[in-house]
Ligand binder design. Structure first.
Ligand code: 2U9
Length: 378
């Protein structure tokens, strides 16, 4: 609607009066058309949203939809009527929006008609045949990492290992210092570890291994200790097919009088054969960790090429499954355990790595993508 302003004109201002009326009329009526265009567009969007939300499970509701939106006196038709009020230069754009609305309404009507049709067929069909077998539930499957974890626990529980747990947020002491990490060890850098808080007294971080659980256990419980620590650990790594910032570890600790390297070897030899089969070979390769001395990495024959050499084992015939070693005397002493009286061995492995080797999975990211096509295979 054009709006008129009230002015007081002197007698000789009559020309100005005509000019003003003419100009205001043009000016006001254009503004009014602009406004009308804006209003109509927002109305179209509102109707589209309403249409998308509309539910109909009966013929009555379907009829309501039809007369409200696509009938002769419906919203779409009435908006087409408004076309004449739209400024000529905006009419094309308005028409495009209107056609979009019409299309949305027609598609929705088709979709609702099919739903109502299907419902009426079901309700008008014969009563249920109670003798038919039940429709089976769509069952999921156990995640491959959970399966591997369960199998590892089963193997170690049978030889006397219990399970221990602690929090994933740790302090610097339990994650590094008590484990004999020197103050400037690279693992303490921000590039490798997620720090939550950096304090004068103690840094808080996301644990980088489950070894901190073993420290807490040894502080609370005196030997004999034979326990597994399982859980999530975090490292500041870029996510790729071979690395992730979050993965799962199983660590084991056995501390008692007269525990020696032969016990370590035999325990992990038993484990590897149980998990990967009697035919695989196991070898211990000297290594270094701050928390164990001596330390060894544990390899088994490559499961793909059976030791002949392939690109998975980098043509060595061996793949690494775990790290291990005799608990460093400093670590025992840090936990109040007499290292003259007691000795112990420890080992650690990544559950993802073991699962990838066992099932020949090539990309670590598959474990967290939740794609049922992957998960269904286990
Ligand atoms: C205490 C003392 C010693 C646990 C060990 C390893 C060697 C090891 C890696 C395997 C792959 C971590 O998941 S991984 O990246 N672990 O190589 N872990 S010995 O030694 C301990 C733990 C706790 C108190």
């Amino acid at each position: 609607m054009a709006k008129y302003k009230a002015y007081f004109y002197k007698k000789d201002d009559i020309g100005l009066l005509f000019y003003d009326i003419f100009f205001n009329l043009r000016f006001e009526s254009n503004t009014s058309k602009d406004k009308s265009m804006q209003e109509q567009l927002s109305q179209i969007n509102q109707i589209i949203a309403e249409i998308k939300d509309f539910q109909a499970d009966t013929k009555d509701k379907l009829e309501t939809f039809k007369s409200k939106y696509i009938g002769k006196k419906g919203e779409v038709a009435s908006l087409f009527e408004q076309m004449k009020n739209i400024a000529a230069e905006q009419r094309k754009a308005f028409g495009i929006e209107l056609n979009r609305l019409k299309e949305v309404a027609q598609d929705k009507f088709k979709e609702l008609s099919e739903t109502v049709e299907a419902k009426t067929q079901v309700s008008s069909s014969k009563p249920n045949d109670l003798t038919l077998p039940p429709v089976p539930y769509a069952l999921g499957s156990i995640h491959p990492l959970v399966q591997t974890r369960a199998r590892i626990v089963e193997i170690f529980e049978r030889i006397g290992f219990t399970q221990s747990e602690a929090t994933e947020i740790e302090d610097d002491y339990h994650n590094f210092t008590a484990l004999n990490f020197p103050p400037n060890h690279p693992a303490r850098e921000m590039q490798d570890t997620f720090f939550i808080e950096k304090n004068q007294t103690s840094d808080m971080l996301l644990r980088t291994h489950t070894s901190s659980v073993q420290i807490r256990l040894m502080q609370q419980q005196k030997p004999p200790i034979r326990s597994l620590m399982i859980g999530r650990v975090y490292r500041n790594e870029a996510i790729s097919a071979r690395a992730h910032c979050l993965f799962h570890q199983v660590e084991g600790l056995y501390v008692d009088e007269n525990v020696g390297f032969a016990d370590l070897k035999q325990t992990l030899y038993h484990f590897a054969k149980e998990l990967f089969g009697k035919d695989i070979k196991v070898r211990y390769r000297p290594s270094y960790f701050p928390f164990t001395e001596p330390s060894a990495e544990i390899d088994i024959t490559c499961l793909i090429c059976k030791g002949k050499g392939c690109n998975v084992c980098k043509y060595s015939g061996w793949v690494e499954i775990a790290g291990s070693g005799m608990v460093h005397p400093n670590v025992l002493e840090n936990c109040g355990i007499d290292s003259e009286k007691y000795t112990g061995f420890a080992f650690g492995m990544g559950i993802e790595r073991i699962t990838m080797l066992k099932y020949q999975i090539k990309d670590l990211r598959l474990f967290t993508e939740n794609d049922v096509r992957f998960l269904r295979q286990f």
